[in-house]
Design a protein around this ligand. Structure first.
Ligand SMILES: [Zn+2]
Ligand SMILES: [Zn+2]
Length: 217
């Protein structure tokens, strides 16, 4: 029993010495991919590569293709905000969100569904789009909880425990990646008159991150 002092894995599990780690929450790679590309286009290759690598370990030429640990996306978003400041950082995030929506419409949302959303009366089309977003929330909400309520004028989209602004403290609402994605999808597929505004943000001390969709009726 030379190694009796070193418990076998089964022993540690029984005694609870080694606690099971919480499962990693994952989100789609678009936050990182699109934000890296916006950063490259707006701030240059070297600044983009440096911020991306120091916060996530990814290289600009080898961006992730599959779902990522949400903490990598959070670290990248925080790094961009810290380096550029809240307002310019949020602008880049909004653009990254809009590009993500373009990617979704080009590759992920089936053409017949897009056609139907455009063809239906606006409120019905919006309900169809929001149902599709709810069904796919696992790809963008991470450990956050996404809920939707609709009204005659539009809708409220809410994240509790929002993954995008986790551990951030800001003076402005900063979940512009989501705002940009939602705005582009809704304005393209439902009506260009729609607006999407983040009216409550966890990073500002709110209970949740809440987006108001108006201009539908
Ligand atoms: Zn948020
Ligand atoms: Zn927010």
């Amino acid at each position: 029993m030379a190694h009796a002092a070193f418990p076998a894995p089964s022993d540690t599990a029984v005694t609870g010495v080694v606690m099971a780690e919480a499962p990693v929450a994952r989100i789609g790679p678009n936050t990182i991919i699109q934000l890296a590309q916006v950063l490259r286009d707006r701030c240059g290759e070297s600044a983009a590569a440096r911020l991306l690598f120091t916060s996530t370990g990814y290289a600009l030429g080898a961006l992730p293709r599959a779902m990522v640990d949400e903490r990598e996306a959070q670290a990248f978003v925080r790094a961009v905000m810290r380096e550029l400041g809240e307002r310019p950082g949020a602008r880049l995030l909004h653009e990254a969100g809009r590009r993500t929506a373009d990617y979704l419409m080009a590759h992920r949302i089936p053409r017949p569904a897009q056609w139907l959303m455009r063809w239906l009366p606006r409120q019905a089309g919006l309900r169809l789009l929001l149902a599709a977003m709810r069904a796919n929330a696992w790809t963008f909400a991470g450990s956050g909880r996404f809920t939707v309520t609709t009204s005659r004028q539009g809708a409220q989209l809410t994240f509790h425990d929002c993954a995008m602004c986790r551990d951030m403290v800001t003076t402005l609402p900063v979940c512009d990646f989501y705002a940009g994605t939602f705005a582009r999808l809704i304005r393209t597929l439902i009506t260009p008159q729609a607006t999407v505004r983040e009216v409550e943000c966890q990073a500002q001390g709110g209970h949740c991150c809440r987006f108001e969709v108006t201009g539908i009726s």
